[in-house]
Unconditional design. Structure first.
Lengths: 344, 99
């Protein structure tokens, strides 16, 4: 199937190199929105190989990208009006940074792809421009040893490419730094929301069933009356961990993500308390406080994987301290819930 | 906006200044501005900002930098423990990914 972003061909040494558009159309936009919601995410790929932007010659720059279409799109969009080559690596449809962390956007694949497309026959220079974040997988000096090509690490964000080129292949301090802005964090929410759906359903099912317990054992009438509110509370706890925590991340006063999540869960709990929806007696109210804050805390801790500044050593330390506490609080909360229902 | 910083004094990043040849590559690849070049040597100036991505160590030709690198991802560490592997996010296989 011919992809919509391919607008023509350039013949080079008897091979046909596809020319790609620098325009971002409605289909690209809708595709991007769907991918953010986890739809079609694993198949959102570009074929690895060499592509042209404009009408590049043998002197033109070569930009290297991943074959995740969102990565490829952000590159081509920012090369409007340029005549350059794009070398797409096979990163298994994964973005630049994650693929570099995994090693699929790595020295081996880059060397391999340079040889497959016969890059030294397409260009007469030895300059490659790579996204800076690929440095986690690519050792520039090894690429030089094995292919003769010089890796120039460009800016973190494709939007800075034109300034980088105008400045003589130099990325300044701000271009080299990864941020984690409000917009960056919000973009990640839909995917995390979908990703955690099994935790959500499992917790909802458990609390729904618990709501049927009463002093006589189990009652379907209780289930009908209290099952709905129980499911809603679990959903709100999930919302606190996956939506509120990322949005207010820099403002929740703690280093540990688990504590940040505990605070977001507390906000939800206080709203329930003040709307007289947190329970009818002290046991029930306390049990919901523990359950809501623990769910939110655990999910917030998982957001370390989406964040751009947490280290492996740090996350290990956080988990070692947080998980036993979370388990303790969760069991206490569920225990209180059962006791309360058996008593009242 | 102020730079976000995670936990203090946990990062495993190390730079042997005697081995460093001052090429400045670590500065170019670091996403958190951890290094600085002065007196023809690199220095670690913002250690707590390091996320242990490993880009500097991989791109250091004289192997002056060491860091225990990996994904700073709780879900990845849990799945690593469950599957008895290194911490890993589901990024490169066909499952949905955490990052």
């Amino acid at each position: 199937m011919k992809s919509a972003y391919i607008t023509g061909n350039i013949p080079v040494n008897g091979e046909v190199i596809p020319v790609v558009s620098t325009d971002f159309n409605t289909k690209d936009f809708l595709g991007a929105v769907m991918v953010r919601w986890g739809i079609n995410r694993d198949r959102y790929r570009v074929n690895p190989g060499i592509y042209a932007i404009g009408s590049p010659g043998p002197e033109a720059d070569v930009f290297v990208s991943a074959n995740y279409k969102l990565s490829f799109d952000s590159l081509r969009k920012n090369l409007k009006g340029k005549d350059v080559w794009i070398l797409v690596l096979d990163t298994k449809g994964v973005n630049v940074w994650c693929a570099a962390g995994k090693g699929t956007f790595g020295t081996k694949e880059l060397v391999n792809r340079i040889n497959i497309v016969n890059l030294d026959k397409i260009v007469n220079h030895k300059r490659l421009i790579l996204p800076q974040l690929s440095a986690t997988g690519v050792a520039a000096f090894k690429v030089k040893e094995e292919t003769g090509f010089n890796v120039h690490y460009g800016p973190v964000r494709a939007a800075d490419i034109k300034i980088f080129l105008a400045d003589g292949y130099r990325a300044d301090k701000q271009m080299r730094k990864v941020n984690f802005s409000f917009i960056d964090r919000v973009k990640l929410i839909p995917n995390d929301f979908i990703y955690g759906k099994f935790y959500l359903l499992a917790a909802m099912a458990l609390l729904f069933l618990l709501s049927g317990i009463n002093s006589h054992g189990f009652s379907y009438r209780n289930l009908q009356g209290e099952g709905g509110p129980a499911i809603l509370k679990v959903f709100l706890a999930y919302f606190a961990g996956i939506v509120i925590t990322p949005i207010f991340l820099p403002y929740l006063p703690a280093r540990f993500f688990s504590i940040k999540g505990f605070y977001s869960g507390t906000i939800i709990f206080l709203i329930l308390l003040f709307t007289r929806s947190a329970g009818d007696n002290v046991f029930e109210i306390l049990s919901w406080f523990l359950i809501i804050t623990t769910i939110s805390s655990f999910l917030a801790m998982n957001f370390t994987g989406s964040s751009t500044y947490t280290s492996l050593s740090g996350v290990k330390k956080e988990m070692k301290i947080s998980i036993p506490i979370q388990i303790g609080l969760a069991f206490t909360g569920i225990g209180l819930q059962i006791v309360e229902k058996l008593i009242y | 906006m102020k730079d976000l910083v995670y936990l203090p004094d946990v990062v495993t990043l190390n730079l042997c200044e005697a081995t460093c040849n001052g090429c400045g590559m670590c500065i170019k690849v670091c996403p958190h501005d951890v290094f600085e070049l002065s007196g023809k040597k690199a220095h670690i100036v913002r250690k707590d900002y390091c996320m242990e991505c490993g880009a500097c160590a991989l791109n250091c030709q004289v192997k002056a930098i060491t860091v225990n690198s990996g994904v700073g991802c709780a879900a990845g560490i849990i799945s690593g423990i469950l599957n008895n592997t290194e911490p890993t996010c589901g990024c490169s296989d066909s499952k949905t990914a955490c990052c």
